[in-house]
Design a protein around this ligand. Structure first.
Ligand code: FE2
Length: 191
């Protein structure tokens, strides 16, 4: 595991956003492994480690009633939720390297252009964001959330495989499937 500056912000963020306990570290670790697989250099791997930790930091602006809601969000709540990448970018753009802040800004863009906030497509989405998206999706599915129990690893892997080229960058998915085939995916330890 790469060295990550574990400052007070991370602990505060984990406290405020209940679902994120442990999540951010698994997303960070998996993002670095995926980045290594696609051939990124050390500086980008350091950026990925940090972007993995901070990708959802903008959620600390959201109402706890939205964050902890057990059922689906209504339209108004969903609109507020969709603003978290921009909020995270606003919080980090003057504190971190542009590439890290941009990785946060674009981490919900989809490869087919159907994501948010801008609907960027394919290579127009920074590679760091395309990687965080895959790592985030895997961990969101396989960990316990307010709105769902943890889903089986096999299900999560097959969802990511199915959505290569639509939601996810196929190159990143190829590396993800390689990691999965050798049991290299980080998993939440569920008691
Ligand atoms: Fe997010």
């Amino acid at each position: 595991m790469r060295e990550i500056p574990r400052d007070i912000l991370i602990e505060v963020m984990e406290d405020v956003i209940e679902d994120l306990h442990g999540h951010v570290h698994r997303v960070s670790d998996l993002s670095v492994d995926l980045g290594t697989g696609v051939g990124l250099g050390g500086d980008d791997l350091d950026r990925l480690a940090l972007a993995g930790i901070l990708h959802d930091v903008g959620k600390i602006h959201l109402d706890p009633g939205i964050l902890g809601k057990p059922g689906p969000l209504n339209e108004e709540e969903f609109e507020l939720m969709r603003r978290h990448p921009e909020m995270g970018f606003a919080m980090t753009r003057n504190r971190l390297e542009p590439k890290v802040a941009e990785a946060i800004l674009y981490h919900h863009e989809r490869y087919d252009g159907g994501g948010y906030p801008f609907g960027l497509e394919a290579d127009n989405i920074p590679i760091l964001s395309r990687i965080v998206l895959v790592a985030d999706a895997f961990d969101a599915m396989t960990s316990v959330r307010a709105y769902q129990p943890a889903l089986p690893v096999e299900y999560a892997v097959s969802e990511i495989r199915t959505n290569a080229g639509t939601q996810f960058d196929p190159t990143v998915v190829d590396i993800f499937l390689e990691l999965s085939s050798v049991d290299r995916l980080p998993l939440e330890l569920i008691a």
